[in-house]
Design a protein around this ligand. Structure first.
Ligand SMILES: NC(=O)c1ccc[n+]([C@@H]2O[C@H](COP(=O)([O-])OP(=O)(O)OC[C@H]3O[C@@H](n4cnc5c(N)ncnc54)[C@H](OP(=O)(O)O)[C@@H]3O)[C@@H](O)[C@H]2O)c1
Length: 158
Protein backbone atom coordinates (compact mmCIF):
# COMPACT_ATOMS: atom_id res chain seq x y z
CA UNK A 1 0.00 0.00 0.00
CA UNK A 2 1.15 3.57 -0.66
CA UNK A 3 0.68 5.58 2.53
CA UNK A 4 1.29 9.29 3.15
CA UNK A 5 2.68 10.20 6.56
CA UNK A 6 2.95 13.80 7.69
CA UNK A 7 3.04 16.03 10.75
CA UNK A 8 1.17 19.31 10.35
CA UNK A 9 0.76 22.42 12.49
CA UNK A 10 -2.60 24.05 13.21
CA UNK A 11 -2.05 26.54 10.40
CA UNK A 12 -1.12 23.87 7.85
CA UNK A 13 2.65 24.42 8.16
CA UNK A 14 5.02 21.48 7.66
CA UNK A 15 8.42 23.11 7.16
CA UNK A 16 10.68 26.11 7.57
CA UNK A 17 14.15 26.64 6.05
CA UNK A 18 14.07 23.03 4.78
CA UNK A 19 13.67 21.69 8.31
CA UNK A 20 10.86 20.61 10.61
CA UNK A 21 9.89 23.72 12.60
CA UNK A 22 9.40 21.73 15.86
CA UNK A 23 10.88 18.87 17.82
CA UNK A 24 8.59 16.29 19.37
CA UNK A 25 10.38 13.07 20.23
CA UNK A 26 7.03 11.24 20.66
CA UNK A 27 6.25 11.95 17.00
CA UNK A 28 9.74 10.98 15.80
CA UNK A 29 9.40 7.67 17.67
CA UNK A 30 5.92 7.13 16.21
CA UNK A 31 7.28 7.85 12.70
CA UNK A 32 10.14 5.40 13.28
CA UNK A 33 8.03 2.51 14.52
CA UNK A 34 5.38 3.06 11.81
CA UNK A 35 7.82 3.16 8.88
CA UNK A 36 10.41 0.63 10.13
CA UNK A 37 10.98 -2.30 7.76
CA UNK A 38 9.14 -0.57 4.89
CA UNK A 39 10.11 1.79 2.08
CA UNK A 40 10.24 5.56 2.62
CA UNK A 41 9.91 7.88 -0.39
CA UNK A 42 10.96 11.51 -0.16
CA UNK A 43 11.58 14.50 -2.40
CA UNK A 44 15.13 15.65 -3.08
CA UNK A 45 14.73 18.63 -0.72
CA UNK A 46 13.56 16.43 2.15
CA UNK A 47 16.48 14.09 1.40
CA UNK A 48 18.84 17.07 1.73
CA UNK A 49 17.16 18.03 4.98
CA UNK A 50 17.49 14.56 6.53
CA UNK A 51 21.02 14.18 5.14
CA UNK A 52 21.40 10.41 5.62
CA UNK A 53 19.44 7.24 4.88
CA UNK A 54 16.85 6.33 7.52
CA UNK A 55 18.09 3.02 8.96
CA UNK A 56 16.32 -0.32 8.39
CA UNK A 57 14.12 1.08 5.65
CA UNK A 58 14.47 1.12 1.85
CA UNK A 59 15.17 4.81 1.21
CA UNK A 60 13.89 6.18 -2.11
CA UNK A 61 14.48 9.72 -3.37
CA UNK A 62 12.24 11.33 -5.97
CA UNK A 63 13.88 13.80 -8.37
CA UNK A 64 13.01 14.94 -11.88
CA UNK A 65 16.47 16.38 -12.58
CA UNK A 66 18.32 13.45 -10.96
CA UNK A 67 20.79 16.08 -9.77
CA UNK A 68 21.20 14.62 -6.31
CA UNK A 69 24.13 12.76 -4.75
CA UNK A 70 23.04 9.55 -3.05
CA UNK A 71 24.83 6.69 -1.31
CA UNK A 72 24.58 3.39 -3.21
CA UNK A 73 21.90 1.91 -0.94
CA UNK A 74 19.46 4.76 -1.68
CA UNK A 75 17.26 4.34 -4.73
CA UNK A 76 16.58 7.24 -7.11
CA UNK A 77 13.29 7.45 -9.00
CA UNK A 78 12.12 10.14 -11.40
CA UNK A 79 8.33 10.04 -11.51
CA UNK A 80 5.05 9.04 -9.89
CA UNK A 81 4.80 6.17 -12.39
CA UNK A 82 8.15 4.77 -11.20
CA UNK A 83 6.89 4.99 -7.63
CA UNK A 84 3.80 2.95 -8.51
CA UNK A 85 6.03 0.33 -10.22
CA UNK A 86 8.22 0.16 -7.13
CA UNK A 87 5.18 -0.27 -4.84
CA UNK A 88 3.99 -3.17 -7.03
CA UNK A 89 7.46 -4.78 -6.95
CA UNK A 90 8.07 -4.86 -3.22
CA UNK A 91 6.27 -6.74 -0.45
CA UNK A 92 6.39 -3.98 2.14
CA UNK A 93 4.35 -0.80 2.37
CA UNK A 94 5.62 2.39 0.76
CA UNK A 95 5.47 5.47 2.98
CA UNK A 96 5.51 8.82 1.23
CA UNK A 97 7.23 11.02 3.82
CA UNK A 98 7.28 14.45 2.12
CA UNK A 99 7.76 17.23 1.53
CA UNK A 100 4.90 19.37 0.30
CA UNK A 101 5.70 19.13 -3.40
CA UNK A 102 5.90 15.33 -3.23
CA UNK A 103 2.64 15.08 -1.25
CA UNK A 104 0.94 17.22 -3.91
CA UNK A 105 2.33 15.40 -6.91
CA UNK A 106 1.66 11.89 -5.50
CA UNK A 107 -1.71 12.64 -3.93
CA UNK A 108 -3.76 10.59 -6.40
CA UNK A 109 -1.77 7.37 -5.74
CA UNK A 110 -1.77 7.69 -1.95
CA UNK A 111 -4.32 5.26 -0.51
CA UNK A 112 -4.15 6.23 3.16
CA UNK A 113 -2.82 9.13 5.23
CA UNK A 114 -1.38 9.05 8.73
CA UNK A 115 -1.38 12.59 10.08
CA UNK A 116 0.10 13.91 13.33
CA UNK A 117 -1.48 17.16 14.42
CA UNK A 118 1.10 19.45 16.03
CA UNK A 119 -0.48 21.70 18.70
CA UNK A 120 1.19 24.91 17.44
CA UNK A 121 0.84 27.62 14.82
CA UNK A 122 4.10 28.20 12.94
CA UNK A 123 3.88 31.80 11.80
CA UNK A 124 7.16 31.98 9.90
CA UNK A 125 6.84 28.65 8.08
CA UNK A 126 7.58 28.50 4.34
CA UNK A 127 6.09 25.09 3.46
CA UNK A 128 2.42 24.19 3.88
CA UNK A 129 0.10 21.31 3.01
CA UNK A 130 -2.57 22.06 0.40
CA UNK A 131 -5.90 22.72 2.19
CA UNK A 132 -7.75 20.07 0.22
CA UNK A 133 -5.18 17.26 0.53
CA UNK A 134 -7.52 14.96 2.48
CA UNK A 135 -10.58 15.56 0.32
CA UNK A 136 -11.87 12.16 -0.78
CA UNK A 137 -10.63 10.54 2.44
CA UNK A 138 -12.62 9.63 5.57
CA UNK A 139 -11.12 10.08 9.04
CA UNK A 140 -10.80 6.75 10.89
CA UNK A 141 -8.66 5.75 13.86
CA UNK A 142 -7.41 8.51 16.12
CA UNK A 143 -4.99 8.30 19.04
CA UNK A 144 -2.92 10.47 21.37
CA UNK A 145 0.87 10.43 21.41
CA UNK A 146 1.09 12.67 24.50
CA UNK A 147 2.48 16.25 24.53
CA UNK A 148 -0.77 17.42 22.89
CA UNK A 149 -0.04 15.38 19.73
CA UNK A 150 -2.95 13.60 18.06
CA UNK A 151 -2.64 11.14 15.18
CA UNK A 152 -5.51 10.65 12.78
CA UNK A 153 -5.70 8.03 10.01
CA UNK A 154 -7.58 8.87 6.79
CA UNK A 155 -8.77 6.08 4.48
CA UNK A 156 -9.51 6.78 0.83
CA UNK A 157 -13.24 6.74 0.03
CA UNK A 158 -14.25 3.81 -2.16
N1 LIG B 1 6.11 17.99 8.63
C1 LIG B 1 6.40 16.92 7.91
O1 LIG B 1 5.84 15.82 8.14
C2 LIG B 1 7.42 17.02 6.81
C3 LIG B 1 7.82 15.87 6.11
C4 LIG B 1 8.78 16.01 5.10
C5 LIG B 1 9.31 17.24 4.81
N2 LIG B 1 8.90 18.33 5.51
C6 LIG B 1 9.43 19.66 5.21
O2 LIG B 1 9.01 20.02 3.89
C7 LIG B 1 9.99 20.90 3.32
C8 LIG B 1 10.45 20.33 1.98
O3 LIG B 1 9.33 20.25 1.10
P1 LIG B 1 9.42 20.76 -0.41
O4 LIG B 1 8.06 20.73 -0.99
O5 LIG B 1 10.17 22.06 -0.42
O6 LIG B 1 10.41 19.73 -1.11
P2 LIG B 1 10.31 18.12 -1.37
O7 LIG B 1 8.91 17.77 -1.72
O8 LIG B 1 10.97 17.40 -0.25
O9 LIG B 1 11.26 17.96 -2.62
C9 LIG B 1 10.95 18.61 -3.83
C10 LIG B 1 11.67 17.95 -4.96
O10 LIG B 1 11.24 16.58 -5.12
C11 LIG B 1 11.27 16.25 -6.50
N3 LIG B 1 9.91 15.88 -6.93
C12 LIG B 1 8.72 16.31 -6.42
N4 LIG B 1 7.69 15.72 -7.07
C13 LIG B 1 8.24 14.90 -8.00
C14 LIG B 1 7.70 14.02 -8.96
N5 LIG B 1 6.38 13.84 -9.10
N6 LIG B 1 8.56 13.33 -9.76
C15 LIG B 1 9.89 13.48 -9.62
N7 LIG B 1 10.48 14.30 -8.71
C16 LIG B 1 9.65 15.00 -7.91
C17 LIG B 1 11.83 17.45 -7.24
O11 LIG B 1 13.24 17.24 -7.19
P3 LIG B 1 14.33 17.84 -8.25
O12 LIG B 1 14.28 19.34 -8.05
O13 LIG B 1 15.60 17.22 -7.76
O14 LIG B 1 13.91 17.41 -9.60
C18 LIG B 1 11.42 18.59 -6.32
O15 LIG B 1 12.20 19.75 -6.49
C19 LIG B 1 11.11 20.99 4.35
O16 LIG B 1 10.92 22.13 5.17
C20 LIG B 1 10.93 19.73 5.17
O17 LIG B 1 11.48 19.86 6.47
C21 LIG B 1 7.97 18.25 6.51
Amino acid sequence: MIIGIVAVARNGAIGRDNKLPWHYSADLKFFKRTTMGNAVVMGSRTWQSIGRPLPERLNVVLSRTGDVKLPPEVRLIGSKEELVELANEIDSDVFVIGGASVFSSLRDVIEKWIVTYIPENIDDADTFLPDDLFDGFTPGDEFDLGDGLVVRVFERDQ
